[in-house]
Design a binder for this molecule. Structure first.
Ligand SMILES: [Zn+2]
Length: 339
């Protein structure tokens, strides 16, 4: 099969790989209907994370072609969506809704789903089958549910976005934009997107942002305070993962407020004394997307949300290198790869 391999930072190639086979009796094999490039794939691309001939990709939707002997609920022919962590969905941590830290969790990045086929561990726990074969125009939205939508949704839930709340979203990448959509769906009264890119501002407004703040850092925090009667927001979504964005998020939150942080943390160090007096709730980490998948799939299936709009470039898998370049150069927010 064809698959994306990152040889080294900046060096993405599409090459022949062995077709995956059932290894554990709880595995399934899927034929990818679509895959995509994640903002977090840019960390190794830019040399911030180690990479060496690494199969890439952790987001996926597709059709089941084979299941192991122990798989009970997922069947050959099912159209399925899964999260970027495989999980058994039965351990104590899973049952509490934190499937991304399942005691048997397998990171799907170790499988590499920017490919024609993928092996999905713990298929019964990991995969959610759609009610039938989706119309083709639903596939991008279902793919978004696999990571960016589920992650933005978790961030909004962690930040306790809801009726009467003012929600600030730090980060205008795909996850931030999905956080805007999630905050709207959860009933937030006011949603302030922090963005300085006209195209992303437009998409943020389409997804439900009521205000845009272009300033960053201290100036951005001052602007949020101005817009919230000097108090800061009730709920802040952090979707970048840098020191600057994390401090911007915590400082834009009012005492008693909640920060949902989902940007993969890179060298973030929180100042203890400032955090002590900030009196804000911090909750975040790798999103337990599996918790939200049934609900998200239902909302997509009945067309009440259209998160697939976040993909602004579609390329054949064979042109994945161009997709990475486009995202790296910010010519694209999120790139969908077709088989
Ligand atoms: Zn588990």
């Amino acid at each position: 099969m064809r698959a994306v391999i990152m040889h080294a930072p900046g060096d993405v190639r599409v090459e022949e790989r062995e077709n995956p086979t059932i290894v554990e009796p709880t595995d399934a094999i899927i034929r990818l209907s679509a895959s995509c490039i994640c903002g977090s794939d840019l960390w190794p691309y830019r040399g911030a994370d180690r990479v060496d001939h690494t199969p890439m990709g952790h987001e996926y939707v597709g059709v089941v072609t084979e299941v192991g002997d122990a798989v009970k609920t997922i069947k050959v022919g099912d159209f399925v969506v899964g999260s970027f962590f495989a999980s058994d969905n039965t351990c104590d941590i899973c049952r509490a809704g934190y499937q991304s830290r399942c005691v048997h969790a397998v990171p799907m990045g170790s499988v590499g789903t920017q490919a024609e086929f993928a092996r999905i561990p713990l298929a019964d726990g990991t995969l959610v089958a759609t009610p039938g074969q989706p119309d083709p125009d639903l596939i991008p939205s279902l793919l978004a549910a696999s990571d960016v939508l589920g992650t933005g949704w978790f961030a909004a839930v962690a930040a306790e976005a809801g009726p009467g709340k003012t929600v600030v979203v730090v980060g205008d990448g795909a996850v931030g934009l999905m956080g805007v959509l999630a905050a709207r769906e959860l009933g937030a009264e006011r949603i302030i997107a922090m963005s300085r890119h006209a195209d992303r501002q437009a998409l943020a407004r389409e997804f439900g942002a009521t205000d845009i703040v272009e300033e960053r850092g201290d100036a951005g925090v001052a602007r949020i305070k101005e817009l919230t009667g000097g108090l800061g927001a009730h709920s802040v979504i952090e979707a970048v993962g840098t020191q600057e964005s994390m401090m911007q998020a915590t400082r834009a939150t009012r005492p008693g407020g909640h920060v949902g942080y989902v940007g993969v943390s890179h060298d973030v160090a929180l100042p203890g004394r400032e955090m002590f007096f900030a009196l804000v709730h911090l909750h975040g980490g790798p999103a337990p997307v599996r918790r939200f998948l049934p609900d998200l799939i239902a909302r997509i299936w009945d067309r009440s949300i259209d998160p697939g709009r976040v993909f602004d470039l579609t390329l054949p898998l064979e042109d994945a290198a161009e997709g990475y370049r486009a995202m790296d150069e910010r010519r694209a927010t999120k790139v969908l790869l077709t088989p």
